[in-house]
Design a protein around this ligand. Structure first.
Ligand code: PLP
Length: 397
């Protein structure tokens, strides 16, 4: 690929004045994945539902290949892979399937740090009388309180929802242990692996979870494509979907997701090692440049590309506005109806208000270099220190 190519991301990153370090929000599409998507759109455009001709047949075989690749990454049967428009739809399908296969209301235990895609789906089902939520508490590192999980399970639970890794603070969960404990109590488990996929080992066969979900745009694939992987799922049992028509598959998105998964399988481990090293460097630099900086989450078990910090006294929206156009990072909390609310994850961790108000999430990615890390450390530290000095005396921190 030459430097003028539209789909050369190194060149695109160089053309951009702002450094992208928000890879938990979304990732750029890997040009190798984009090439697959474009080839499918232009050359293999058949309808995978209509295998009466060679075009349809080829599209269907591309879908089958993608199913193999997703299954392979997760140690799952290809037949257990269901393509969706992303993690949100996969979560909705899984929860609706669980509702459709249990006596109402579904007793659903949810960790307080789940993504809003899980929490809002469950709250909606609860409002409809289809579910009853039991909340699982977490500690100050966002780790699940085992006693809270066990007491929920003791009262009878149909479905436990836990993430493999947290999208804000990066905490990694002992999902093998959680699935074992849940199974002992007869509960199914839904694992939201959106942030974890390809970045830590996940084997569905070993885990024995009922549902695992993932999304293309978090692993250098396109937006609008994801998957539900489940040995128990059937469309015919989804509450409210019985007899629904199967839409025309998004073949280019599906093929791209499959290839993104294959790349993660081939390169994910080495990439995670490289990013962990860079993340640790960034953390060290920031700690040396910003007095009183706090690192949030569980430093012993954290996503390799995640750094979540608080700088009490430097309101995060002011820091972000100073960094706008230079470094793209975020607060990391889900934004509802355009209004930024304090993070429900940090609230669940019971962090003090000054830590919540000053939190920043940094997410490194496939194109991040050591020079980027140094530039980010200097710019972020400068922004925080500036904001602190302009607000000193104004805010009581
Ligand atoms: N779950 C987690 C942990 C996420 O980080 C996200 C996206 O931010 C989602 C679910 C929703 O994913 P999607 O955008 O594919 O619907």
């Amino acid at each position: 690929m030459n430097e003028h190519s539209l789909i050369d991301w190194q060149a695109a990153a160089l053309r951009s004045t702002a450094l992208y370090l928000d890879h938990h929000a979304t990732t750029p599409v890997d040009p190798r994945v984009a090439e697959v998507a474009i080839r499918m759109m232009v050359e293999e455009f058949g309808n995978a539902n209509g295998v009466e001709n060679i075009h349809g047949e080829r599209a269907a075989s591309a879908v089958a290949q993608a199913r193999d690749r997703v299954g392979q990454l997760l140690g799952a049967e290809p037949g257990d892979v269901y393509f969706t428009s992303g993690s949100t739809e996969a979560i909705q399908l899984a929860i609706s399937h669980s509702i459709g296969t249990h006596r109402a209301p579904l007793r659903i235990a949810i960790s307080r740090v789940e993504h809003k895609a899980v929490i809002d789906t469950a709250l909606h089902a609860q409002r409809l009388g289809m579910a009853e939520i039991l909340w699982i508490d977490v500690d100050d590192k966002a780790q699940i309180e085992q006693s809270s999980l066990r007491s929920a399970l003791a009262g009878g639970v149909d479905l436990v929802c836990v993430m493999a890794a947290n999208n804000e603070v990066g905490t990694i969960y002992p999902i093998g242990e959680i699935v074992r404990t849940a199974s002992e109590h007869g509960a199914d488990v839904l694992i939201d692996a959106t942030q974890a996929i390809g970045r830590m080992p996940l084997n569905l066969e070993e885990l024995g979870a009922a549902y695992v979900i993932l999304s293309g745009h978090k692993i250098y694939g396109p937006k609008g494509i994801g998957a539900l992987i489940s040995p128990v799922f059937e469309y015919s049992s989804v509450f409210g979907l019985q007899g629904a028509h199967h839409p025309t598959p998004n073949v280019s998105g599906i093929a791209a997701l499959g290839f993104a998964c294959e790349l993660m399988e081939l390169e994910g481990e080495a990439e995670s090692r490289r990013l962990k090293h860079l993340r640790d460097q960034l953390q060290e630099r920031l700690l040396s440049l910003v007095p009183g900086l706090i690192v949030n989450g569980d430093e012993n078990t954290r996503l390799p590309h995640n750094l979540h910090i608080s700088a009490p006294g430097a309101l995060n929206d002011v820091v972000l506005s100073r960094l706008r156009g230079k470094i793209s990072i975020s607060t990391g909390s889900a934004c509802n109806t355009g209004a930024q609310e304090p993070s429900h994850v940090l609230r669940a961790m019971r962090l003090p208000d000054p830590h919540i108000d000053s939190c920043l999430r940094i997410g490194l990615g496939r194109t991040t270099t050591a020079a980027d890390v140094e530039r980010a450390a200097v710019e972020i530290a400068e922004a925080i220190n500036d904001v602190r000095s302009s607000f000193s005396g104004v805010l009581d921190v």
